[in-house]
Design a protein around this ligand. Structure first.
Ligand SMILES: NC(=O)c1ccc[n+]([C@@H]2O[C@H](COP(=O)([O-])OP(=O)(O)OC[C@H]3O[C@@H](n4cnc5c(N)ncnc54)[C@H](O)[C@@H]3O)[C@@H](O)[C@H]2O)c1
Length: 304
């Protein structure tokens, strides 16, 4: 075995906030076991390890303060701010609402969920072990990945799988906050291309690389486009609900994806959603477990 692509992880951001020990065990200890083997097995042939990390390590990510053009990485939104429906991050000094800019790999990391903290720890375990043993590495910070083959059963993660089940059952799509929160949705084939490129290049990247579309799409816009992909009338409802630990906006700066791996995203959102919807329609119809997952969060005061 010459290369390892490390994808295994528990992935529920909300769930991680109350299953802390299990998330640390699976994600941190699991990765530590792998590093232990790499560092202590004599004569193994592994020359490169790639990690599926996550944009969540940035927390809120990068913003601009319009009044003076200052680039900032604000802290996570407080429970009080969310409770008063103040959705957008504000400048702690001037109080002004900040504007989203694309987050770069060198921006501050500031996990705002236990899941994110475990992903950052995975990165550190990998980078430090590889540096000290001379193994090449690549840390790919994936944005919101979706596409054919994704889990449709896990109610704790994957907004597209949750919404696709609701659309198939003719149910409305409940949208948190004011629906204008955004994510960088990237199709799984563009993500797979990034891993393939990182494996194929002569030298390991030995760095962190954002893998995304480079574009922020509001959740409302995504839900509408997804309904369109299913030939359904969009039945969205803005609920004003929120989850602690959720970020407001996200878009990745993908300059490094281009410069290091020579890639540009190939699949635009509607095209990717159409492919996803075609695949989903051939899958068994899962139960709609969103209410149950949200009830677990509410019972623990993690959702309002
Ligand atoms: N899907 C996304 O939007 C996204 C975004 C950023 C990062 N990632 C990362 O990409 C990777 C894959 O994510 P996914 O969306 O396919 O998640 P997923 O939850 O669908 O799949 C993860 C798989 O890992 C398995 N797993 C968990 N702990 C394990 C362990 N200790 N040993 C062996 N297997 C274990 C789970 O059973 C599951 O099958 C993860 O590392 C995730 O953190 C995903």
């Amino acid at each position: 075995m010459e290369a390892i692509v490390h994808l295994a992880s528990e992935t529920g951001t909300g769930q991680s906030m109350y299953e802390i020990s299990r998330y640390a065990q699976e994600n941190v200890q699991g990765t530590a076991e792998l590093m232990q083997v790499l560092a202590t097995t004599p004569g193994h042939a592994v020359q490169r390890v790639l990690l599926a990390s996550s944009r969540s390590v940035y927390g809120e990510g990068a913003y601009l303060r319009a009044s003076d053009g200052q680039r900032l990485t604000p802290a996570a939104r407080s429970a009080a701010a969310l409770k008063s429906h103040q959705w957008d991050p504000t400048c702690p000094d001037s109080g002004e609402v900040l504007q989203l800019v694309a987050t770069r790999e060198e921006d501050r990391t500031a996990p705002s969920s236990i899941y994110a903290a475990t992903k950052l720890m995975q990165e550190d375990l990998l980078r430090i072990t590889c540096d000290s043993t001379g193994i090449g590495y690549g840390i790919l910070r994936l944005q919101n990945v979706y596409g054919e083959g994704q889990s449709l059963k896990n109610p704790y993660t994957g907004i597209l799988s949750i919404f696709s089940t609701k659309i198939r059952r003719g149910l409305e799509l409940p949208i948190f906050e004011d629906g204008l929160e955004s994510r960088d949705f990237v199709h799984v084939s563009d993500v797979a291309a990034a891993f393939a490129a990182a494996l194929a290049r002569p030298k390991a990247p030995d760095t962190v690389i954002n893998v995304g579309s480079g574009r922020a799409t509001s959740v409302l816009e995504m839900a509408t486009a997804l309904a369109r992909a299913f030939d359904a009338t969009p039945n969205t409802r803005i609920t004003g609900e929120y989850r602690l630990g959720d970020i407001r906006h996200n878009a990745a700066d993908i300059t490094r994806l281009h410069d290091v791996l020579g890639l540009e995203p190939q699949i635009d959102l509607q095209q990717g959603l159409n492919r996803f919807a075609t695949w989903v329609q051939d899958q068994p119809l899962p139960e709609d477990l969103l209410a149950q997952a949200n009830a677990e969060l509410k019972a623990r005061n993690m959702m309002g």
